[in-house]
Write a protein that binds this ligand. Structure first.
Ligand code: PLP
Length: 492
């Protein structure tokens, strides 16, 4: 490539990047990814930067002239990478730990190269049909009946929003034509541990914050069916229209599992839509030992499971299962003339099952993951995470100054430093300090939650590179960080 008149910038031919240049840079990128994935723990897990630091290093304006890929890739390493929190790091234990996995990344790369938009069947026949096939494979692996059909969305937040739109459609079918004015106030129900995406969905659907009633959970953070029933009856008496119930199998804070059989009975009794949020926990239903936790979820109207959380698929990939896809379609189907095709009624047009028209070819990476690891390989990997979490839970239980706050049904342990005789407020302060100290080491990243007003620490396992040694190190760092904080603390 020649240089421009000033001799500073390369003169690019019109059209896309020349193939040879793509090949050379593509090889560099692939090699970089392979080296990166080999040992992502050479980087500090939590990005050691302050807000605004990365932005300040970047030019305020886009370049007028094209730049060589070499410079762009160098800046990627020098300017962007320092601001990355490494979700690939084997000691990333915050939020819900995840894995993009080799096969998933390769599938993502090919999907990006194909760049199809599977909005209608003819715009990507394979995109549409592979989505149907992979969602059905996963449904069978999860032990769900064939009456469920799946569509793939970006996130559980979208999937739950769409499920709740279908619930609205079932109860208030005229509302999608006329809006909500003129109807009694509508209400969804979920436990006080349900994810905030459920509140957001109620707001987005026009029911407002009060459109979701948070029902009390029990001492192990499971929705209380008696409180659910009381809330519905109270609303009926007050002239409020119950719309649906959201049960969570694997809540965000503690991974508690709502008593789904009893909740399903309440939903059936009051003829309410039952949506199950199994965004994180869902993949565990593949494991026979864990399947009993899900017993009854087949009675739901809709279920969300996120392969991008605990099924080794790169972000984003969320499968929404519905027992009556027509109900979902009624909530969203609206075909402008330019999108009408002769395949309507014969083939699925994915745009009919959600808010978005355009959709990425997400099924490809999920297909790669399911085929590469196989059901057996996935089960073993999930079980390994669960076993490591149980071991950590046992370490916590053995330590007198530490307390485990919740049961461990899956791969997340919630605990706090709580020396006997100390005040709750002091403990909150200490746990916040412990978390900050441990995260500042760059060796581990963990996050917190607040349960019954008390600050608790979480360690969530979901990365395929995590080994027992990473947990041992984390537990050691935690105990060291607690040293000297309280009179009876270790190290005092
Ligand atoms: N539901 C649960 C139980 C979650 O834990 C989360 C996120 O952690 C979500 C929903 C939202 O997931 P997403 O980021 O895919 O919207």
């Amino acid at each position: 490539m020649g240089l421009d008149e000033e001799g500073t910038a390369p003169v690019q031919p019109l059209g896309d990047m020349p193939n040879q240049e793509f090949r050379v840079n593509g090889e560099w990128v692939l090699d970089w990814i392979a080296r990166y994935l080999e040992d992502p723990d050479r980087y500090p897990v939590l990005a050691p930067v302050s807000p605004g630091e990365i932005r300040a290093r970047l030019p305020a304006e886009a370049p007028e002239k094209g730049e060589p890929m070499e410079t762009i890739l160098r800046d990627y390493e020098d300017l962007i990478l320092p601001g990355i929190t490494h979700w690939n790091h084997p000691a990333f234990f915050a939020y819900f730990s995840i894995t993009g996995s080799g096969p998933g990344i390769l599938g993502e790369m090919l999907a990006s190269a194909l760049n199809v938009n599977a909005m209608v069947w003819r715009s990507s026949p394979a995109g549409t049909e592979l989505e149907e096939v992979t969602a059905a494979w996963l449904r069978d692996l999860l032990g769900l009946p064939h009456s469920f059909e799946g569509v793939i969305n970006d996130t559980a937040s979208s999937s739950s929003l769409y499920a709740m739109a279908a619930a609205r459609e079932a109860k208030l079918p005229q509302a999608s034509a006329t809006g909500l004015s003129g109807f009694p106030r509508g209400r969804f129900y979920a436990s006080d541990q349900a994810h905030s995406s459920i509140d957001k969905a109620a707001i987005t659907l026009g029911f407002g914050r009060e459109g979701l009633k948070r029902v009390a959970s029990d001492e192990t953070f499971r929705l209380r069916p008696d409180a659910l029933r009381a809330a519905i009856e109270e609303d009926l008496e007050a002239g409020i229209q119950p719309l649906g119930i959201v049960a969570t199998l694997g809540t965000t804070s503690t991974t508690s599992v709502d008593p789904i059989q009893e909740v399903a009975s309440v939903a059936e009794e009051f003829r309410l839509w039952l949506h199950v949020d199994a965004a994180y926990g869902g993949p565990a239903a593949m494991v026979p030992e864990l399947r009993p936790l899900f017993s009854g979820w087949e009675r739901a109207d809709s279920i969300v499971v996120n392969p991008h959380k605990w099924l080794f698929t790169p972000i984003d990939c969320s499968v929404l299962y519905v027992r009556d896809p027509e109900q979902l379609k009624r909530a969203f189907s609206l075909t402008p003339d330019y999108l009408k095709t002769s395949e309507e009624g014969v083939a699925r047009n994915l745009m009919d099952y959600g808010q978005a028209l355009g959709r990425r070819f997400r099924a490809l990476k999920l297909w790669f993951v399911l085929r590469y690891f196989g059901a057996e390989g996935i089960r073993k990997r999930i079980l390994q995470h669960v076993e490591m979490a149980r071991e950590l839970a046992a370490w916590v239980d053995r330590e007198p100054d530490w307390e485990r706050v919740a049961p461990v049904p899956f791969s997340t342990v919630v605990f706090r430093f709580a020396p006997e005789g100390s005040a709750g407020e002091d403990q909150d302060r200490w746990n916040a300090a412990i978390m900050d100290r441990v995260n500042a080491t760059g060796e581990v990243f963990l996050s917190h939650t607040v349960l019954r007003g008390r600050l608790c620490l979480r360690i969530a396992l979901g990365n395929l590179k995590t080994r027992r040694a990473h947990l041992e190190k984390s537990w050691q760092l935690l105990r060291e960080a607690a040293g000297g904080l309280a009179p009876s603390a270790p190290g005092d």
